[in-house]
Ligand binder design. Sequence first.
Ligand code: 6R9
Length: 664
Amino acid sequence: MALETPGHGPNGGKRAQETLSNLLQETRRFDPPADLAAAANVTESAYDEAKRDQLAFWDRAAERLSWSKRWDTTLSWNPPFAKWFVGGQLNVAYNCVDRHVEAGNGDKVAYHWEGEPEGDSRTITYADLQREVSKAANALIELGVRKGDRVAIYLPMIPELPVSMLACARIGAVHSVVFGGFSASALKSRIDDADAKVVITADGGFRRNAPSALKPTVDEAVAECPGVERVVVVRRTAQDVAWTDKDVWWHDLVERQSDQHKPEPHDAEDPLYILYTSGTTGKPKGILHTGGGYLTQTAWTHHAVFDLKTESDIYWCTADIGWVTGHSYIVYGPLANGATSVIYEGTPDTPHRGRFWEIVQKYKISILYTAPTAIRTFMKWGDDIPAKFDMSSLRVLGSVGEPINPEAYVWYREHIGGSRCPVVDTWWQTETGAIMISPLPGVTAAKPGAAMRPLPGITADVVDDQGNSVPDGGGGFLVVRDPWPAMLRTIWGDDQRYIDTYWSRFPGMYFPGDGAKRDEDGDLWLLGRVDDVMLVSGHNISTTEVESALVSHPKVAEAAVVGATDPVTGQAIVSFVILRGNVAESEDIAAELRGHVAKTLGPIAKPRQILVVPELPKTRSGKIMRRLLRDVAENRSLGDVTTLTDSSVMNLISEKLPTAKSED
Ligand code: 6R9
């Protein structure tokens, strides 16, 4: 059966002789620690319960929340439009804040906030959060914000960010958080698309030891957004700011408000937030999430996947709240569960490369959730850095954002987790709202690099290009068969694009755009975006497998591979690698690595070229941008680089290219 990559990928339209190749063999297994398994929040029986009655399973998950009115119907499914917990009413902010205070946990810490400048920290209890969110809700009401209105939030990682989100949720306004690194034009297009009437921002934030301004960007964007009535500005850096009549200081507006606010119930299907996802190209899509189903699944997965013990765990997710990982696993899931979390404002190398581990040691973090891009960077910096800190408090480690290479997984397990913590590789998307495929730390004998099984209540599958399930050992397209509570409801203002993007490739199935394989045991491995798949001599080869083979070489910290047009093989594999910190670039490194890939995956996957580079192009959320590397590999002028974190990286890489030779 041939695999045809949909969309605008390099292979669009071409047909191969096989489904996605399954080249990487991995035999290592890590059983759950016995003590963790014995006391685990969720056990094997959850899979059976969900299989027996999926909707009853989600009913029970929803019952973990406090509802003002119970739902009449668990799911109303008018494909591809889903409504969950229909007729139910709840207040999301009440669930995340007030109910914990009412239960007598007002003094429990909700957030330990750690600013980038050392010594700059704040402790926020659930009672503090209740007062702050109430004041901010009253402030929004004073500004004329009503239920259903949209509020854009453009803030650094400071406590006012979750407070603003919860204040919106409390009054039924819809927040649209825009990552603080985005430009004025990106901010403007997001404000416009959602028709936001208020923007919440700050003078600036601290990044790499320096104040970095935000307000000028907002001024530039708002000048072209006549629909914006007011701009609320948090004073964080005390930088000078220009001022307009729309502007009001947070401390002038919010501080004088009453700290009492009565949360009204909202329908389970009332919009909670919009979050824009750009994909790799094209107009950003406003992913719409609603309250009841989203909170049900984020809270349940946070409890299950991280085995959260509310009383004793200190949990830290290192993502930025501007991305979905921060929305679901810094704000909504952990707060709904009454967790104590850490929020860190800054970067991992400020003021030194051990900052993360210093934070783990300081707060005695027990659950850490981070991204492969960070893990590979730590590998590059060297094992000796984490070794200097006491990280014996850690008990569960998580990964999200990209496929985690087996070697990075094993490094994370050993050097961060002291070989005693299970690592959960969690697959999900902005669109899915919550974790979908992941090991359970007290149940799963995990394989390094595999997301393993769909969580209870989720029906994921791997299909060929006709939409038929592939057998064990086969590769193809990941799909989700049944609706799930936290799924996106639509693309804001564009139902047709929602249908076309996610539900048209395989009728009746949700298509996330990722390739995957199911191994001989039936476990799932994510193989990267299907647009990145390489077609080499009639074989569909995933970027992930070749990258993982490269990272499994002791000299390599990080790798990105792309398919470049080749007169003989159709496409040839071009690799970009970053060496580990203590390794010098030698003459024969390319030959050595090519040989290593051929030995690990077979000769078909041997790269034509290997380039040692200092950095790789990444999106602002840390994902490798292979599209730009393809431009370089095919000697094209670079496409759109505006979503790159650091565009100078591409010059460094291009300079390398003329010297790189193919060895065959
Ligand atoms: C949560 C988040 C979604 C895309 C997704 C996939 C990739 C995320 C992954 C993973 C392999 C994992 N992805 N987690 N790939 N293994 N554990 O990252 O959301 O920013 O929308 O990105 O990220 O390609 O489709 P988002």
